[in-house]
Design a protein around this ligand. Structure first.
Ligand code: F3S
Length: 400
């Protein structure tokens, strides 16, 4: 085959490339080989799981929908456990929540195409909370930046940040090129961050992530000074850093699994103080009144849904509050009675989607309150929203 370096391929991979498993598989495998050539991969490696982005109709539109339907119509199936990133709406309760009908029709075409390929219809940016949990050092091919950060940093699995097409190719071919964060030497920290400020709310971790991401762009930070953090706070930190600085891996002294194994000596050090966090809150705050508050970026854990239910118990919201999560978490929240409490107050537990990939601007919202550094980063550009970035208590207080 012209223009493709086949020297590192196994016999089976050569067969795939030569079209013995079909034209679509061959075409997608060629894409992976090209990627490998560009980044100097020495071989292809098997992947334990895949997470595919580019799911919302808002993101991929008609061309993306037709591309996926074409692949699905040719009988192409994935070879490994594959989950989806959030879609543009709650796939079951979209009517009740008020998502536009035309949008829903197109969104369901996309979901059907993925389902035909054998992809698990779990649309979430926290697949690790919803049944797709990689193990330490497992090679995976995930695309959503916060999920990439969490799996690399908190779990110690290994993935580059895949684009939608390269993740789909990895799912269908069961492989990814061996380069970048799949290699131990590329997982070493390149900058030290000394955190000299107490962090309380999940939003504080989002503010820290946003601030650090802006400073370190594309580097691998090694944090000191963070004494404790739960997994919700780590996902908030990683998501914000990925959004503001394309950080795909971080280490935290005494907290994350590779921190004791990497070499953190002789690195440039940046200190983060109280005033840096305070200024970040100010910078991300339009100071307008939110007409909706949307929590759950990255998708909420059950603990975060329980916290919201606790804040809303017996209250009546004057303005809407949503919490975005995966279908799995929503089912658990239903069973625990959290959804009932949130809905009784006038809020919504919204599954399968989020504030950034759903068409909230089409639904009439102009100012959105969030406690996520990542959402605060993207909402102005992607959804034409003014943003209020604050901790959960302040946000809820403002909606009562
Ligand atoms: Fe997830 Fe959407 Fe935030 S995909 S990380 S909730 S922007």
């Amino acid at each position: 085959m012209q223009g493709v370096d086949k020297t590192y391929l196994t016999k089976e991979e050569e067969r795939i490339l030569d079209g013995e498993e079909g034209e679509v598989v061959s075409r997608l495998f060629r894409l992976l080989i090209r990627l490998g050539d560009i980044y100097g991969a020495d071989k292809m490696i098997g992947v334990g799981s895949v997470q595919v982005a580019g799911v919302s109709y808002k993101s991929i539109g008609d061309p993306g929908t037709e591309f996926l339907e074409d692949i699905a119509s040719k009988g192409t199936k994935v070879r490994t456990l594959t989950y989806l990133n959030p879609a543009g709406m709650d796939l079951e309760d979209w009517k009740k929540i008020g998502f536009p009908k035309d949008f829903a029709k197109n969104q369901l075409r996309i979901i059907n195409a993925f389902k035909e390929m054998g992809i698990v219809i779990t649309s979430t940016c926290t697949p690790y909370l919803a049944g797709n949990l990689p193990r330490f050092r497992e090679h995976i091919a995930w695309s959503e930046s916060s999920a990439v950060s969490f799996s690399n940093s908190v779990i110690g699995a290994r993935t580059n940040r895949e684009g939608g097409p390269s993740a789909l190719a990895a799912a269908i071919c069961g492989r990814t090129p061996n380069y970048g964060l799949h290699l131990w030497e590329k997982r070493q920290p390149t900058v030290k961050i000394n955190v000299d400020v107490e962090l309380t709310f999940n939003a504080d971790f989002g503010a820290l992530g946003y601030f650090v991401g802006k400073q370190v762009k594309n580097k691998i930070p090694y944090f000191t000074g963070i004494k404790n953090a739960n997994t919700d706070q780590l996902k908030a930190l990683g998501a914000a850093m990925a959004a503001s600085g394309a950080v795909a891996l971080y280490h935290i002294e005494n907290l994350t699994p590779e921190a004791d194994l990497v070499n953190s000596k002789n690195l440039e050090t940046i200190s983060v103080t109280h005033s840096d966090i305070k200024e970040t809150y100010e910078r991300l705050n339009s100071k307008k009144e939110p007409d909706i508050v949307i929590l759950g970026c990255p998708h909420a854990s059950l603990r975060e849904i329980a916290t919201l239910a606790d804040r809303l118990k017996g209250k009546h919201l004057k303005k809407p509050v949503w919490i975005c999560t995966s279908r799995v978490m929503k089912e658990a929240a239903n069973r625990m009675g959290f959804t009932e409490i949130i809905e009784a107050a006038g809020g919504q537990v919204v599954a399968d989607t989020c504030m950034v990939v759903s068409p909230i601007e089409q639904m009439g919202y102009k100012t959105t309150g969030v406690n996520s550094g990542k959402a605060a980063n993207y909402l102005p550009g992607f959804c034409k929203q003014d943003v209020v970035f604050a901790d959960i208590n302040k946000l809820i207080e403002g909606q009562l």
